[in-house]
Ligand binder design. Structure first.
Ligand code: G3H
Ligand code: 13P
Ligand code: ZN
Length: 321
């Protein structure tokens, strides 16, 4: 059943983080639902502008409606990832989305707060909640390429002022992560002390961690052993840090790259081991299974596994999809 993101956060805050995964096609969606039902974990489905363009808005909605009917036990919200103002308005008007992200973090504070405020006004009128971002993550996003040296951690005082001024419902904070497979060098890791400072200024307010894939070394090695050419020094977020971030107010953790690595590993190994195959359902079946296993393991790290009965009791159903 589809629920509002705000409701999910109200149950999750301080207890567990809701995993937010980007979806582009049917196989990913089936693995995502199967894995979460098996893990008994609530989740957030993220749809990026790129996904809307790739699969088409109607196709993605149809896939999710079919999953909703196939997996009646699942509890999830549907979220626009890294939206611009216009795409936020389209998603709010569609009635299909539980929440939207307006990403104007590359703009100056005042501009970012003003755009967010406009989106909040339209979203709240339709019962949709809004995630905004303050600070600059490193790495590559769909519409903006942020060099590591220009990445900027979120300032706690600015975060407090931004939430008051913009009226957003959750805030993506820059605390050392970046998008993609190459996040950290040397002994860099998450700035948990910065999250703690932000939480002090915004007690009870849900924080969001983008760029949270862990880029498992074993996965990179398997991809390269099957013909891939990923940089073996690729490194992501240590999954053990999720449990430390949860009490500090991190309620949503965005993961996309790790799912792409699962896709790449499954397909490379399949065609290496079965060069005679040309039936796309064979790697498709392997992907659904591997993706579901990946979700079960992530849900444990996010502390969201086993929470469904409690979440179901606490939530009301949003109409749709
Ligand atoms: O942060 C962005 C996500 O990884 C989505 O990627 O925009 O290529 O769909 P995408
Ligand atoms: P990763 O690239 O670490 O998976 O981050 C995904 C993300 O932040 C989507 O918004
Ligand atoms: Zn992101």
């Amino acid at each position: 059943m589809i629920v509002t993101t705000a409701e999910l956060f109200s149950v999750a805050y301080g207890q567990f983080a809701v995993g937010a995964y980007n979806i582009n096609n049917m196989e990913q969606a089936l693995g995502l639902f199967q894995g979460h039902v098996r893990a008994q974990a609530p989740f957030i489905i993220q749809i990026s502008k790129g996904a809307r363009k790739y699969a088409g808005v109607m196709m993605l909605e149809a896939i999710l409606r079919a999953c909703d009917a196939t997996f009646p036990e699942a509890i999830y919200a549907v979220h626009l990832d890294h939206g611009d103002e216009q795409t936020c308005y389209e998603c709010i008007a569609s009635g299909f989305y539980s929440s939207v992200m307006i990403d104007a973090s590359h703009e100056p504070f005042e501009h970012n707060a003003a755009v967010t405020r406009r989106v909040v006004e339209r979203a709240h009128a339709r019962g949709v909640s809004v995630e905004s971002e303050l600070g600059l993550l490193g790495g590559v996003e769909e519409h903006v390429n942020v060099d590591q040296k220009h990445a900027r951690l979120t300032d706690p005082d600015e975060a407090q002022a931004f939430v008051a001024q913009s009226g957003c419902d959750s805030l993506a904070v820059a605390i050392g992560t970046s998008h993609g497979a190459y996040k950290f060098t040397g002994n860099q890791s998450l700035h948990l002390e910065r999250i703690a400072e932000i939480q002090k200024r915004l007690p009870g307010f849900p924080l969001v961690m983008h760029g949270s894939s862990s880029v498992p070394k074993g996965e990179v090695e398997r991809i390269n052993a099957a013909g891939g050419k990923l940089d073996p020094s690729a490194r992501g977020v240590d999954e053990a840090e999720f449990a430390r971030a949860v009490p500090l107010g991190v309620a949503k953790v965005n993961i996309d790259t790790d799912g792409r690595l699962v896709w790449t590993r499954v397909h490379r190994e399949h065609f290496r081991d079965h060069p005679e195959n040309f039936d796309f359902r064979k790697p498709g079946e392997a992907l659904i299974k591997a993706y579901a296993d990946f979700i079960v393991q992530k849900s444990k790290a996010l502390l969201s596994a086993g929470r469904l009965p409690h979440v179901r009791a606490a939530l009301t159903v949003k109409s749709g999809p």
